[in-house]
Design a protein around this ligand. Structure first.
Ligand SMILES: [Zn+2]
Length: 260
């Protein structure tokens, strides 16, 4: 299916600089045309890769989601800290009221029973110890609330900044995506047009070499070298390539040579 080219390589172990096209009765194909086609197709591939990268970026919301989750979590922690503070304040107030009641009873003169007075004083002592503990608890909880407020505010700001950045990024990326899609469509049209000028056999050869040689079917020839594989080319090959009357392949890698 590859014509005499593969066969000649199989025989000699080398790609023969066989002519392709340009024979009697066939239109002469300049290597320039194939080189141009390759350039267009390479540009299509580059843009397709860029577009794929954009699609991936648009789909990747992990960092934003993590920031949003962090904002929710710190907000919950703040609510809990505030509820704990309220409880501590309530307890402190309740004990303070008990102290006030006991004080009132003690100094009202209504209690004259010694045992009762002793009990009241003992209760007061205990209550005052308890209120001290409760007040310490309130102070501790206030510090925790303050800390939680800072953490929640920071997480909220971070999430908001990321949301804004994301929105801006989305606009830019979507725009780039649209532009690339347009460019790809234009280039594909150019490629199709470039192909219409080429005989099917030449196109088939181009595709075969392209597939076999890492997407590069046409190599520039300069300084007497095939630029794709770096091999020095025989002088008769150089002459044929420069003459551009037929397609000439590198004697080493088999790529179609183009005089750069
Ligand atoms: Zn080569």
């Amino acid at each position: 299916m590859h014509g005499p080219f593969l066969q000649s390589r199989q025989r000699s172990g080398q790609w023969a600089a066989d002519p392709v096209g340009g024979r009697r009765g066939r239109r002469v194909v300049s290597s320039r045309q194939l080189y141009d086609l390759q350039q267009i197709e390479t540009q299509v591939q580059q843009r397709q890769r860029s577009r794929k990268g954009i699609v991936e970026k648009l789909a990747d919301t992990m960092a934003l989601q993590a920031a949003q989750q962090q904002a929710v979590a710190t907000r919950k922690a703040l609510d809990t800290a505030r509820a704990d503070l309220k409880d501590a304040e309530l307890l402190s107030q309740q004990i303070a009221k008990k102290i006030k009641d006991a004080d009132n009873q003690l100094y009202s003169g209504r209690t004259s029973n010694t045992k009762e007075l002793v009990n009241l004083q003992s209760d007061l002592k205990m209550l005052k110890r308890q209120v001290k503990e409760a007040e310490n608890q309130v102070i501790e909880m206030m510090a925790k609330v303050e800390q939680a407020e800072k953490a929640a505010a920071a997480a909220q700001v971070k999430a908001e900044v990321m949301e804004q950045d994301r929105a801006k990024q989305k606009v830019v990326l979507t725009q780039e995506q649209g532009q690339l899609t347009q460019e790809i469509a234009n280039l594909e049209r150019d490629a199709a047009q470039a192909k219409t000028g080429l005989p099917p056999q030449t196109l088939g050869l181009y595709q075969t070499i392209k597939t076999a040689r890492g997407g590069v079917a046409v190599s520039a020839m300069s300084g007497g070298l095939c630029r794709a594989c770096g091999m020095q080319l025989p002088s008769h090959v150089l002459q044929k390539v420069r003459a551009d009357k037929e397609l000439v392949r590198c004697t080493s890698c088999g790529r179609i040579l183009f005089a750069a």
